[in-house]
Design a protein around this ligand. Structure first.
Ligand SMILES: NC(=O)c1ccc[n+]([C@@H]2O[C@H](COP(=O)([O-])OP(=O)(O)OC[C@H]3O[C@@H](n4cnc5c(N)ncnc54)[C@H](O)[C@@H]3O)[C@@H](O)[C@H]2O)c1
Length: 371
């Protein structure tokens, strides 16, 4: 993906505990990643099955170039892979193949792969170094950054996990060109969220990427990835353990997660649910804090476009509302929302007005079915 912008590189973290999120390309991946695996005893590369079938020759070549001793593990695609069973298998494989403290684990795939592989690395021998090569838009601008790793359980999503910093996050934007439109839009929703809470990237750039990633100027996609990755890196560097500022990254996620949970995480992408959740959060923002008239017009239009993409979705409002009651962000049984005082001005608040929450959920659900 060529454009005039120089490849970006962002340092995440503070002091001597930083790691780089840097841009590379499919052509330069092996050269750019090799410096992180110098002197290791063995490389364990874990790849998402769909990614492997699309990029097998590239991945084989990458592994040959960067390590003399490597194992390749292909894991099934999809959210169900973030399970205790898959984790057991992965760690079991590492141990049975003689992984040691000087080995390195590398994840190639979307957020599912980087989440489970990062977690497996963090608990094997109490911590093996790992690196991430995200292959989805969502992974590049969000999931692979910030050191949160984990799996799902019968009690909910991402409830078992760890903070474990990777040694690097290597972003090759060309990977997104083979994503399905629905998955691409799922990542784009997090970019729209970035605009809502930080004002960056701009609506003009976002409108372009929503149109069609294969027709857009590559520089626009790279610019959007860079701006979102920079925003997330800044926030997690200041508040890695989510004691304050990092919570703002949950804009749209309170209702979004409740929608996903009410559907058992099937039939809707994470981003589409978050886009619908942002529409509910904008409604509450307008109600609870004053903003200039029309302040959220562009944000709403972008979120609506993603929420209404794809097939109609039948959700039952009452189930979504009861899912809200078990949100892990709740405190003393009250729902916490990230609302806006304007574009780029997020704040966290408890919303206790039941009628307001009902209405926000209703508006979010309607947005999923407007054609
Ligand atoms: N750790 C974090 O901070 C964080 C943040 C946000 C999301 N997440 C997690 O990320 C996950 C969602 O990530 P995701 O949207 O990347 O999902 P994903 O990893 O399931 O990937 C989505 C789909 O795209 C396919 N795919 C991946 N790369 C491809 C490519 N280049 N071309 C074609 N197909 C490709 C995958 O096989 C899969 O079917 C969720 O589990 C979520 O909880 C984690």
């Amino acid at each position: 993906m060529k454009s005039k912008m120089k490849p970006f590189s962002i340092n995440v973290g503070r002091g001597n505990k930083t790691y780089p999120v840097f841009e590379t390309s499919l052509t330069h991946l092996s050269k750019d990643v090799s410096r992180f695996v110098k002197g290791i005893s063995s490389l364990f590369c874990v790849v998402d099955a769909n990614v492997f079938s699309l990029y097998k020759p590239r991945i084989d070549e990458l592994l040959k170039k960067i390590s003399k001793s490597h194992r390749l593990i292909v894991i099934p695609s999809g959210e169900r892979t973030k399970s205790q069973k898959s984790l057991d298998r992965l760690v079991g494989y590492f141990l049975s193949e003689g992984i040691d403290r000087n080995s390195f684990v590398m994840a190639i795939g979307g957020g599912v792969t980087t989440d489970i592989v990062g977690f497996a690395s963090s608990i094997t021998l109490r911590g093996i170094s790992w690196g991430a090569i995200p292959t989805t838009l969502l992974g590049m601008l969000d999931a692979a950054i910030g050191a949160k790793t984990g799996i799902n359980s019968v009690y909910g999503k991402n409830l078992i996990g760890n903070l474990c910093r990777p040694k690097f996050v290597a972003v090759a934007p060309e990977f997104v060109l083979t994503q399905s439109r629905a998955q691409f839009l799922s990542g784009a929703a997090e970019a729209v969220k970035s605009y809502g809470i930080s004002g960056d990237p701009s609506p003009v750039e976002l409108i372009q990427i929503l149109d069609n990633p294969t027709r857009v100027d590559p520089g626009v996609i790279r610019g959007v990835i860079f701006k979102c990755a920079r925003m997330k890196s800044r926030v997690v560097s200041a508040d890695e353990r989510e004691k304050g500022e990092r919570e703002a990254l949950n804009f749209g996620h309170t209702i979004g997660h409740a929608i996903e949970s009410s559907m058992n995480y099937r039939g809707i992408t994470h981003g589409r649910a978050v886009a619908a959740g942002m529409i509910g959060a904008i409604y509450l923002s307008e109600k609870y804090s004053r903003a200039k008239k029309g302040e959220y017009a562009e944000l709403l239009a972008l979120a609506r476009e993603i929420a209404s993409s794809g097939r109609r979705i039948e959700t039952i409002k009452d189930i979504v509302i009861s899912a809200l009651a078990s949100d892990k962000k709740n405190r003393s049984g009250k729902n916490r929302f990230v609302l806006l005082k304007g574009i780029g001005k997020p704040y966290i608040t408890v919303v206790s007005g039941k009628r307001d929450i009902d209405r926000a959920v209703e508006i979010s659900l309607v947005a999923l079915n407007v054609k």
